[in-house]
Write a protein that binds this ligand. Structure first.
Ligand SMILES: NC(=O)c1ccc[n+]([C@@H]2O[C@H](COP(=O)([O-])OP(=O)(O)OC[C@H]3O[C@@H](n4cnc5c(N)ncnc54)[C@H](OP(=O)(O)O)[C@@H]3O)[C@@H](O)[C@H]2O)c1
Length: 258
């Protein structure tokens, strides 16, 4: 019997030292058909927060640790160089923009500096990362030599949030978190634009809401374990196609309004 193909041959995850990012790397490399490379990136590899990722890399050879601070252009460009060298002429199939920061700021408490910082991480970061990795994504799309769109060919996944939905936000939150909600709404817009712009280059682009997840960001109050959320996300990613580029889905594959 032929072995099943991996979700994608070469994958990169931002913010992969803890929470959803770390679990994405773990489940990808522990799958029966792991990718050839999982570029597990984070901004501080050597600090205490990088320990779990270091342990994962020591155990699984597809894990390649790469320093990447999504808001630093120099750091992103250095990461591109390193990934390109390790890919040795191949393209990057799947880029998961997972890194993000939360903010509880309400209309009363929002401060300019904090608002700009959230926007820089959650919106400017993913745009910058895509812009710099685009040649490697285009290379993957070209080398796939097949029609259609999929995560195994070339794809960008933006980890967004339901509270970034203009329709749903007011129904979910009593006191909107202005910076966080607006940043994820902007990331959704970025996803729509990228999907439209990159589909002819063979690159899929989809926004995913991971659910309310027990992580540092989601807190212990969240109903969903990180294992369960990530298992769902990876199932959804495997199902994406031309029909689901430029859409907003949750971790179970349910369609969400922008
Ligand atoms: N948890 C939830 O309930 C929930 C719900 C909806 C959406 N989300 C989204 O899911 C994603 C992951 O969330 P999470 O719950 O796993 O959060 P988390 O536990 O707080 O982890 C956030 C990750 O993002 C990284 N990060 C932040 N700024 C970065 C930067 N400039 N460059 C690189 N990495 C950076 C953090 O790295 P450091 O360790 O260096 O800080 C950390 O690895 C986020 O985009 C979040 O908005 C989460």
């Amino acid at each position: 019997m032929a072995a099943m193909a991996p979700l994608a041959r070469n994958v990169l995850v931002t913010g992969s030292n803890r929470g959803i990012g770390l679990e994405l790397v773990r489940q990808l490399v522990e799958s029966p058909n792991p990718p050839e490379h999982v570029f597990a990136t984070c901004r501080d590899l050597d600090g205490p927060r990088g320990k779990a990722l270091q342990e994962l890399a020591a155990k699984y050879s597809p894990v390649r640790l790469v320093q990447l601070d999504a808001v630093s252009l120099a750091s992103v460009q250095a990461a591109v160089k390193e990934v390109e060298t390790q890919l040795n002429g191949k393209g990057l199939n799947l880029l998961i923009n997972n890194a993000g920061v939360n903010s509880q700021a309400t209309l009363q408490s929002a401060q300019q500096e904090e608002m700009l910082s959230v926007f820089t991480t959650n919106v400017v970061g993913p745009i910058q990362v895509v812009k710099e990795f685009l040649p490697l994504l285009k290379k993957a799309a070209l080398e796939a030599g097949k029609d259609g769109l999929s995560c195994s060919k070339a794809a960008i996944i933006n980890i967004s949030s339901k509270v970034g939905s203009i329709e749903l936000c007011v129904k979910i939150l009593k006191a909107p978190m202005y910076s966080y909600c607006a940043s994820k709404a902007a990331l959704n817009m970025v996803t729509r634009c990228m999907a439209e712009e990159l589909k002819d280059a063979g690159i899929l682009c989809t926004a995913i809401h991971p659910g309310w997840v027990k992580t540092d960001m989601g807190t212990e109050k969240a109903p969903l374990t990180v294992e369960c959320s990530v298992q769902g996300i990876l199932n959804v990613l495997a199902s994406l196609s031309q029909a689901t580029t430029g859409v907003f889905l949750d971790w179970e594959g349910k369609s969400l309004p922008w």
